[in-house]
Design a protein around this ligand. Structure first.
Ligand code: NDP
Ligand code: BG6
Length: 468
């Protein structure tokens, strides 16, 4: 295997500490990285090497190695981590980092930074000479979401990025695509013949995507108050789920075959209408640090997506996403139609609809509500679940973290789970008019109590959409 230098910019931040370094460690401890791999952190915060390693260590766990060798692995990993501090536009700071890199090594630059800093950082990477290695080694850059605030700012960021990196070197990450159950959606749909003929408007009545967190913004006010819940999770993570549920079967698993199919359906999704939207904000949000006291930023949204193609026309995709709700969960519920007539309707009640539930987290699994006869002398029905809970079905198997899977793909040059620029454009087109309307009119979200189910009206409206 080649030599590899991984450079994390924004290394003092939450994402780097909580996700990126632990994922790199997980790959390292399984021997999935080159022998000569090194990890560099860069950010403005002044940290000593020990201070940096101490921060990284806090989040490392040995899920893939026996307990007794854990300490050894951690020590070996930390010995390869080095921190540089400086401004993101400081030529000296970037030259100092550049002088450490190995000319023969492949390079991954990970921009674990707020998107507004991307242009400055990519400019500094370019001017410091870090994009020149021996010519045989590859260079890749990973950029985080949200990529811009709307279509225009996303295009502008893209242009800046393309000044330094050609598209083939760019990996736009959406960590939901690395989650085990999200990767399983294509398997469920295309490896199981049983679903193929049923997967369309003729048999499916509606699809609900429910994304809930029971925490607030956790000190991320400076970021969140500028973005809000639609930009934070809907335009990216949850839209990707809709895409995986509705895309045609690709010709192969090659990156572009998959992404062409995703793009096709993204372009069929209509821009969201203001009537199809309810916004909420948890009570107390405006008192969070770095949040404007009169903030109208939504922490909750309930919206409906409509897809204008033959397969999905008239099937509402109801997305509910919120922070400060009653529990933490992320699931997709496919609700099948009840037949217009049914032999049982004459002799008993009509059977209820089947539902297929894809539970992304926590407790990954697939559940199918199937109508069964309640034992007894009368003909009565009840939906009961066929359960494929990952915990029991794959007991003893470690479920990788999304970032482990995606970072390994970056290193292997595998792009199917990364967002292509035309996909990103189509995703922004769906939301940009709505986001502009909300911003320009300062649409007031409905206030809901923290750790409840969000605004009442959201549920009422959801029922109306589904019953139409
Ligand atoms: P942080 O706010 O923690 O920012 C990361 C680092 O960037 C900070 O430690 C800081 O380092 C630097 N930074 C922050 N604000 C600025 C600024 N205005 N100008 C220059 N530098 C700044 O963000 P996260 O680590 O949480 O996230 C990084 C990126 O990843 C974001 O785009 C986020 O949306 C995305 N993301 C985060 C997830 C998470 O779980 N945290 C999950 C998915 C995506 P210093 O001051 O030392 O330079
Ligand atoms: C991030 C959002 O992209 O995803 C956060 O910025 C959110 O607000 C997080 O909390 C959720 O990720 P996960 O993997 O915990 O569901």
């Amino acid at each position: 295997m080649n030599k590899l230098d991984i450079i994390v910019l924004g290394a003092s931040g939450n994402l780097a500490g909580a996700k990126i370094f632990p994922a790199l460690f997980a790959l390292f401890s399984q021997g999935l990285l080159p022998d000569e791999v090194r990890f560099f952190g860069f950010a403005r915060s002044e940290l000593t090497q020990d201070g940096f390693r101490e921060r990284i260590m806090r989040n490392l766990t040995c899920r893939y190695t026996p307990e007794h060798s854990c300490g050894d692995f951690i020590e070996k990993f930390l010995a390869r981590c080095k921190y540089y501090s400086g401004d993101y536009n400081s030529p000296e700071a970037f030259r100092a980092l550049a002088s450490e890199l190995n000319a023969d090594a492949d390079r991954v630059f990970y921009l674990a930074l707020p998107p507004a800093v991307f242009p400055e950082v990519t400019g500094s990477i370019g001017s410091s000479g870090m994009l020149k290695n021996n010519g045989r080694a590859w260079i890749r850059v990973v950029v985080e979401k949200p990529f811009g605030r709307d279509r225009e700012s996303s295009d502008a960021l893209n242009r800046e990025l393309l000044k330094e990196f050609p598209e083939k070197q760019i990996y736009r990450i959406d960590h939901y695509l690395g989650k085990e159950m999200v990767q399983n959606i294509m398997v469920l749909r295309f490896a199981n013949q049983i679903f193929k003929p049923l997967w369309n408007a003729r048999y499916i009545r509606c699809v609900r995507i429910d994304w809930q967190e029971n925490i607030g913004i956790e000190g991320r006010g400076g970021y969140f108050d500028r973005y809000g819940i639609i930009r934070d999770v809907v335009q990216n993570h949850l839209l990707q789920l809709v895409t995986l549920i509705t895309m045609d079967e690709p010709e192969s698993l090659k990156a572009d075959a998959v992404r062409d199919c995703k793009l096709k359906v993204l372009r069929d999704i209509e821009t969201v209408r203001i009537d199809d939207l309810i916004l909420g904000q948890y009570s107390g949000y405006a008192r969070e640090p770095q949040v404007a006291p009169d903030s109208v930023t939504p922490t909750f949204v309930n919206l409906r997506l409509r897809i204008a193609n033959d397969e999905w026309r008239d099937v509402p995709f109801n997305i509910r996403a919120g922070k400060g709700l009653s529990c933490r969960k992320s699931e997709i519920r496919i609700v099948f139609r009840t037949p217009e007539s049914n032999i049982f309707c004459d002799v008993a009640e009509c059977p209820p609809a089947n539902e297929l539930i894809i539970r992304i987290q926590p407790d990954e699994g697939i559940h199918f509500n199937i109508v069964s006869k309640v034992p007894g002398l009368k003909m009565r029905f009840q939906p009961k679940e066929l359960d494929l809970s990952y915990k029991s079905a794959f007991a003893g198997t470690v479920i990788p973290e999304a970032y482990e899977s995606l970072l390994l793909d970056v290193i292997n040059g595998e792009k199917a789970l990364f967002i292509r620029s035309d996909e990103l454009e189509a995703a922004w087109d769906i939301f940009t008019p709505l986001l502009h309307y909300i911003d320009e009119n300062r649409i007031k979200p409905k206030i809901y109590e923290f750790r409840t189910d969000g605004p009442d009206e959201a549920y009422r409206k959801e029922c109306v959409w589904e019953n139409r």
